[in-house]
Design a protein around this ligand. Structure first.
Ligand code: XMP
Length: 528
């Protein structure tokens, strides 16, 4: 079970997680840690290679972030990216200068010096036979003098040292960002670094990972019992399937229906887990309790808090009945645990309080089992498929913990939830059934998240010969890679037309459909 490991030190770039994802795509295990870890940590991690990330700060002089000295003393290959190149330069005796001019966006970089990192990797050749790369740059400062032992590896007209290498020590650095898809050969470059230069085996694959994860869970849990809160979402479902594979009936899933789920969701979850997998699932229909507590509450944050607290209460009551349970399993995934931002003090404003059950294990006196802690979302999905979960379930759009509670604006009523469920199901069905001829994919697959939102206002309409005075729904569909920013999806008019017509004709009580054309930021994906 010993995988070769790559250590990624994070200096606070927005895109550090992308470095990790590219490395994992090259079938190599890696972890992200803050740049200020100790020398001892770096040594005991025993990486086969180290990557130094970029930083959020655009200028080098803003801060004094450095890599631990051990990075350069371990004898393993090191790759510096953007800010990582600056810190490497300064720590190894070269020079960086602040520059007035910020380079941001597309650039064409010329490769120099036939390094192993760039050998055979290029997008095109100039008439003079220079290998060229199309890349994404984002930096203010520049390396003005190479550290001793380094040679020039890449340049652009405005950035004469855009890449450098000391091949005797296997130290490389690039000014551009190979982790973003705009750098066309970025994936090839990172793969070259971790697989060929560092010699990592490429043994990180979900199919073979199952045996390993199963063995680990068995060892951890022994003969004790585990409970898991099943939400129907991808993460908890994959965690449940994996743990069930490992320990069968020692696992009990608790599925809390808060009355704010999508159409037929409870049925689907029960069919899959109790029906097909023969897992032990306790189905708690707590919808009346939740809707009772929410009656008359209109403030989004209060609604979120009530749903979160109520969930904990219901779950706790169920858990207490399972007197043998010693473990609480959760579908925590790597992006939830990774400590990014370089320094540990970075603060963020709370835009929305996310529904979580973080306090549960302590109050219940349970140990925490988180078998997906080291996986990215795409890996969780691949694992789900490898475990035999239906791809439709595994590739579902995310659904927020508070469910329709944040998609019914203001006061939540059962009547509203029922209307919204039906409108939403029509929208999703049409997205799944409409294939985009250009890509051959369904619009469900081409969007990252799509749903309907219930607006508790009435508008006048006409149906047949009669006047209607009914509610409005808004359709929301976005495209995003990280859910931090998102664009509204340019759905075909014909699709919108069909969805609108079906909702108005089939869902009595809704007579108007609108489409949300707001991007995030400044809007958020959910409406509350
Ligand atoms: P926003 O609305 O903040 O949403 O742009 C970003 C992503 O997070 C999801 N979301 C939640 N997920 N519990 C969750 O598990 C929550 O309380 C919650 N609120 C928002 C949202 O659906 C989108 O994918």
């Amino acid at each position: 079970m010993q995988h070769d490991k790559v250590l990624i030190l994070d200096f606070g770039s927005q895109v550090t997680q992308l470095i990790a994802r590219r490395v994992r795509e090259a079938a190599v295990y890696c972890e992200i840690h803050p740049n200020d870890v100790s020398d001892d940590f770096v040594r005991s991690f025993a990486p086969k290679a180290i990557i130094l990330s970029g930083s959020h700060a655009s200028t080098y002089e803003d801060h004094e972030l450095r890599a631990p000295q051990a990075v350069y003393e371990l004898g393993v290959p090191v790759l510096g990216i953007c800010y990582g190149m600056f810190t490497m330069t300064v720590q190894l005796g070269g020079q960086v200068e602040a520059s007035e001019h910020r380079e941001f966006g597309y650039a064409e970089v010329r490769a120099h010096g036939h390094t192993q990192l760039l050998d055979g990797i290029q997008d095109f050749e100039t008439p003079e036979k220079h290998g060229m790369l199309k890349v994404w740059m984002s930096h203010g400062d520049k390396v003005t003098s190479l550290p001793p032992g380094f040679k020039l590896m890449a340049s652009t007209p405005s950035c004469p040292i855009a890449g450098m290498a000391d091949e005797s020590r296997r130290f490389y650095a690039v000014q551009f960002h190979p982790e973003v898809t705009h750098t066309l050969q970025g994936e090839a470059l990172l793969r070259r670094f971790v697989r060929d230069i560092a010699g990592c085996k490429g043994d990180w694959q979900m199919g073979s990972y199952i045996d390993e994860a199963v063995a680990r869970i068995r060892e951890q849990v022994g003969s004790e019992e585990v409970i898991l809160g099943l939400s129907g979402g991808v993460d908890s479902s994959v965690a449940a399937a994996l743990i069930h594979r490992a320990i069968g009936d020692q696992l009990t899933c608790v599925f809390v229906d808060h009355g704010l789920l999508r159409l037929n969701e409870a049925q689907m979850v029960m069919d899959m887990f109790a029906g097909r997998l023969h897992a032990r699932v306790v189905h708690v229909d707590a919808s009346e309790q939740f809707l009772g507590k929410l009656a008359g509450v209109t403030d989004p944050e209060r609604k979120r808090k009530i749903i979160g607290a109520e969930f904990v209460e219901v779950f706790q009551a169920e858990a207490k009945k399972l007197t043998n349970a010693k473990w609480l399993a959760q579908g925590t995934i790597y992006p939830d645990v990774v400590e990014s931002g370089g320094t540990k003090t970075k603060k963020a404003t709370t835009i929305k309080s996310h529904h979580n059950v973080g306090g549960l294990p302590e109050t219940l006196g349970l140990k925490l089992l988180e078998p997906l802690r080291e996986l990215f979302k795409d890996e969780v999905r691949a694992l789900g498929v490898a475990l035999g979960l239906p791809p439709d379930m595994v590739y579902r759009h995310p659904f927020p913990g508070p469910g329709l509670g944040v998609r019914i604006l203001g006061d939540i009523r059962k009547e509203y939830a029922d209307l919204l469920r039906r409108a939403d199901a029509i929208f999703i069905e049409e997205l799944r059934n409409t294939i985009d001829p250009a890509t051959g994919k369904s619009w469900y697959g081409l969007t990252s998240q799509a749903f309907a939102v219930f607006l508790p206002v009435k508008s006048v309409g006409v149906m047949g010969d009669g006047r209607t005075y009914d509610y409005v729904v808004a359709l929301r569909a976005v495209q995003t890679s990280d859910f931090m920013t998102a664009d509204w999806a340019e759905l075909p008019y014909a699709l919108l037309k069909k969805v609108s017509s079906r909702i108005i004709n089939e869902v009595r009580g809704i007579n108007r459909v609108t489409y949300d054309v707001s991007s995030k930021p400044p809007a958020t994906i959910e409406w509350e």
